[in-house]
Design a protein around this ligand. Structure first.
Ligand code: NAD
Ligand code: UDP
Ligand code: UDP
Length: 317
């Protein structure tokens, strides 16, 4: 339901030209808000927000959040950060700067404005978990010096900063730990498993399974996730998170490969490749907290979400 005019907010979405950010913006505009999108277009693209070009409540600003930002808004969603291993390992120092300096700048902005701020954290803060499924109380098993550390430790430090600004300055913070999410507008060359498998299946190329394909992940459809973001932002002030947002249904990577091949009706064969360093063996969110505090749980199953995603990739000539 669209909100009434008097509850309209001006909302900043950093990383808004990316996969998740652009879907969140669509939703916020649908709810009647004004949106200021900032992005340095490192992994995002204007194509994701092209349809908003003439929207009267939408504004785009090219900006890198590692630099200070002086704007006037009522709420901040901080999503800016490359999310796929290929992208975040391309310039690891910049990745850490985006998470850490970016968080400091956005928290400084929220502090000046006394406004709520949401952080897109990640299941990667759990590293290669020794507890399964992962609850928010688990502190994680993260390598501080490996190739994934710029992302994992950057996001962990960002969480620390969010909670220190909360404790020290009384900021209202909302921290979501996002698990693997997929859907239209994923980057076709980001190396993520869902986009890789769909692109390979559509081209009839071999489906590249890393390791023996027995490692597990749980895949959340983007619309479900965005619903969780909005509910978290609108939750009572005393609820800071961190809260897991993801789909708890677990699949092996091999099962995913077989499902994609079937849905695309592809002639692609499965091909096994070496497993990358520090690749987590198992990952599944415990979403009890999100269910209890946000009355949220995903509704789109993989067999429903994959076809829409496949159609999007078909459309990318
Ligand atoms: P994405 O790469 O599509 O979007 C990230 C956006 O941030 C891009 O548009 C990029 O250009 C922008 N960006 C990067 N560095 C920036 C900087 N310094 N200043 C301004 N903009 C910058 O990735 P996504 O999948 O949409 O992820 C969005 C957020 O959600 C990220 O913070 C990511 O860590 C988090 N997340 C995503 C997933 C997932 O499954 N997609 C899982 C866990 C966490
Ligand atoms: N900052 C910003 N926009 C603002 C206010 C602050 O980008 O509207 C940045 C500012 O440049 C600073 C950071 O946020 O580097 C942290 O601000 P804070 O006030 O917490 O710390 P301080 O300025 O005291 O170092
Ligand atoms: N993966 C794979 N083939 C690919 C891309 C990824 O088998 O072409 C595997 C990868 O090794 C990991 C899982 O799929 O075990 C999920 O990888 P992704 O990069 O999508 O996400 P993350 O590791 O961050 O969960």
């Amino acid at each position: 339901m669209p909100r009434l005019y008097d509850s309209r907010k001006r909302i900043l979405v950093t990383g808004g030209a990316g996969f998740l950010g652009s879907h969140l913006i669509d939703r916020l505009l649908e709810l009647g808000h004004e949106v200021l999108c900032t992005d340095n277009l490192f992994t995002g693209t204007k194509r994701n927000i092209d349809h908003l070009h003439n929207h009267s409540r939408f504004e785009f600003m090219r900006h890198d959040i590692t630099f200070p930002l002086f704007v006037e808004v009522d709420e901040i969603y901080n999503l800016a950060c490359p999310a796929s291993p290929i992208h975040y390992q391309h310039d690891p120092v910049q990745t850490t700067k985006t998470s850490v300096h970016g968080a400091i700048n956005m928290l400084g902005l929220a502090k000046r404005l006394r406004c709520r701020i949401f952080q897109a954290s990640t299941s990667e803060v759990y590293g290669d978990p020794s507890v399964h499924p992962q609850t928010e109380s688990y502190w994680g098993n993260v390598n501080p010096i490996g190739p994934r550390s710029c992302y994992d430790e950057g996001k962990r430090c960002a969480e620390t900063l969010f909670f220190d600004y909360h404790r020290q300055h009384g900021l209202e913070v909302k921290v979501a730990r996002i698990f693997n999410t997929y859907g239209p507008r994923m980057h076709p060359r980001d190396g993520r498993v869902v986009s890789n498998f769909i692109v390979q299946a559509l081209k009839g190329e071999p489906i590249t399974i890393y390791g023996d394909g027995s490692q597990t992940r749980s895949f959340c459809y983007v619309d479900d996730l965005v619903e969780g973001f909005v509910r978290l932002m609108d939750s009572p002030a005393d609820f800071t998170g961190p809260v897991n947002l993801g789909n708890p249904t677990e699949f092996t990577i091999r099962e995913l490969a077989e499902m994609v091949v079937k849905l695309v009706k592809s002639r692609s064969k499965l091909e096994f490749r070496p497993l990358p360093a520090d690749d987590p063996k198992q990952r599944r969110p415990d979403i009890t907290l999100a269910k209890t505090r946000l009355d949220w749980s995903p509704t789109v199953t993989l067999d429903k979400g994959l076809p829409t995603t496949i159609e999007y990739f078909k459309g990318l000539a």
